[in-house]
Design a protein around this ligand. Structure first.
Ligand code: FEO
Length: 411
């Protein structure tokens, strides 16, 4: 299939089919993939997303057979990961009059990735619209689908959603439309969701809300098949796959505290778990009976243990509890260390060491990055002094939401 394939009125596929077994996020895309770039040939010709970094020059050469790059007015970059924005540097070297349209977060990423500080940028926010001469684009910010700066684009007149990574498939398609594939693409569609999108399922639920009022006749994603039949069915699949599938999960939070800051952290964790339908038992290790705390830990699905740091160590009775954890079979439980500190926060690391000595699955920032690519969720949860400032409270809630998602969505 050559670039220039018409998918709707004045709308063309101008991307790249990659039939190699492409390495991606520690997966091997055994069916290859496509990098779907789209040209809207309107009064102000607009490109929506580009192709992988490796194919930038080829992309622009092929695109030039469909439109003179000097005529391009806008280049919408929904997502900066290089399989979407990788053709941008080659494109703007020819499309010198174009303005790059993206979210605020994306601007500095694009500038630094491709040294494009000299380019014109138009920053769009959730709900903004852009007249491209005969068509109108509506933008919706969709953070973490797939990375923090991501947005999606909707063409109001044509009722086409350009959702970037969302609703994609990693298949080097022979026929762009799913209804012409000659087979049911459901397995590829679900496989893509599970591999790429499911770690971000909390944000999928936000997305479903964001698009529910849009009339969508076609979904033109960044990878694989374009969907134009049973569009609602494909959206519903995401709604189902991202929904909470289990109930009755429990978290036990145990802490010791000096100035009540670690206690406040424990309370923010508790409230956030309750908001996410997780039952919570909260224990001050200096006030409760050790036997009660240990019983609660054994009954919990997630165990969160926090301490203030005093003279580079834990405080109060916590160590006696931690010493006993090794004697228990806690397999299958998630474990998290947390605490407030003033200087270095050694106690939090000591708690983490104790948890690592059990057979619980101890959460770490490294593990989150490796499994989800997310950098806004950090374990152990370390807060300097009071957790009351908004940014610190958000950090604690991010951790609780991450644990809640692990507990509540089993696929
Ligand atoms: Fe298709 Fe987030 O990359």
């Amino acid at each position: 299939m050559k670039p220039g394939f018409k998918i709707a009125k004045d709308t063309y596929w101008v991307g790249k089919i990659d039939q190699r077994e492409v390495p991606f996020h520690r997966l091997l895309l055994t069916k290859g993939t496509t990098y779907n770039s789209y040209l809207l040939k309107t009064g102000k010709p607009t490109i929506i997303d580009t192709v992988d970094l490796e194919f930038g020059r080829e992309y622009v050469e092929q695109l030039a057979e469909v439109i003179d790059p000097l005529d391009i007015q806008y280049i919408v970059i929904n997502h900066t990961e290089p399989d979407h924005s990788g053709g941008l540097a080659a494109l703007v070297s020819k499309a010198t009059k174009a303005t790059i349209v993206c979210t605020e977060l994306a601007v500095s990423e694009i500038q630094q990735m491709y040294k494009l500080q000299h380019c014109n940028f138009l920053v769009v926010k959730d709900g903004d619209q852009l007249d491209i001469g005969g068509k109108t684009l509506l933008f919706k910010e969709t953070p973490y689908l797939h990375t923090a700066e991501t947005m999606i684009t909707y063409c109001i007149e044509d009722k086409i959603l350009f959702p970037c990574d969302i609703f994609s498939t990693h298949v080097a398609v022979e026929h762009f439309f799913a209804d012409e594939a000659g087979f049911d693409i459901k397995d590829d569609y679900i496989g893509y969701y599970q591999a790429i999108i499911h770690p971000h399922r909390r944000y999928v639920r936000t997305l479903i809300e964001a698009v529910k009022d849009l009339e969508i006749e076609m979904i033109a994603p960044s990878h694989g098949f374009i969907l134009r039949q049973d569009v609602a069915k494909y959206i519903d699949l995401y709604a189902t796959l991202s929904s909470e599938t289990t109930v009755g999960k429990k978290a036990t939070i145990v802490y010791t505290t000096i100035k009540n800051n670690t206690k406040k952290m424990a309370h923010i964790l508790r409230d956030s778990f309750l908001d996410n339908n997780i039952e919570v038992e909260l224990w001050d290790a200096d006030k409760a009976e050790a036997a009660d705390i240990l019983n609660s830990i054994e009954a919990a699905d997630a165990v969160l243990i926090g301490s203030s740091t005093k003279y580079a160590d834990m405080t109060g009775n916590l160590e006696s509890i931690l010493l006993q954890l090794k004697t228990l079979n806690l397999e299958g439980k998630l474990a998290v260390a947390f605490g407030s500190y003033g200087w270095s926060g050694e106690a939090i690391e000591v708690v983490q060491d104790y948890l690592n000595g059990t057979n619980m699955t101890v959460q770490s920032t490294s593990g989150v990055i490796k499994t989800t690519g997310m950098t806004h969720v950090e374990f152990p949860i370390r807060v300097r002094f009071s957790p009351k400032e908004e940014e610190k409270t958000r950090k604690i809630k991010n951790a609780a939401e991450f644990i809640s998602d692990l507990l509540l969505s089993a696929i």
